[in-house]
Design a protein around this ligand. Structure first.
Ligand code: MN
Length: 128
């Protein structure tokens, strides 16, 4: 069973995402702010992270930068979650190093496709 961390300060969004992920067969961890997210990733090494950009204590971009600097954590796929559907934000998230970008409100079929795609990329790399 693959483990996914949901780092999201909004309780409604977090619960919604958790329910979907569990229905899809994933084990779910939760973090409610950026510092908590980094500590959980370091301790638990999830297979994938869904990271809200706007979080208290430390934002998602800052957490991502710290992950990418840590050799043991750098390869974990991290998908950005953001409320901003503005043109150009996708490019900014990718430039910051996120593997992909999911816009809120979340389209669940798209989220499922993207998670599956990212986990497949990782298992292909591991097989090489
Ligand atoms: Mn937020």
């Amino acid at each position: 069973m693959k483990t996914i961390l949901v780092a999201e300060d909004n309780v409604v969004n977090r619960e919604l995402i958790r329910e979907m992920l569990e229905a899809w067969g994933f084990r779910v961890l939760e973090a409610t702010d950026g510092e908590h997210a980094f500590a959980t990733i370091k301790a638990e090494r999830p297979d994938l992270v869904l990271m809200d950009i706007q979080m208290p204590r430390e934002d998602g971009v800052s957490v991502l930068r710290r992950l990418r600097l840590d050799a043991k954590l750098a390869a974990i796929p991290v998908l950005a979650l953001t409320a901003y559907a503005m043109r150009g934000d996708s490019d900014k998230a990718l430039a910051a190093g996120f593997n992909a970008y999911i816009t809120k409100p979340i389209d669940m079929p798209s989220l499922h496709r993207e998670i599956t795609r990212q986990l497949e990329v990782i298992s292909c790399q591991a097989a090489n």
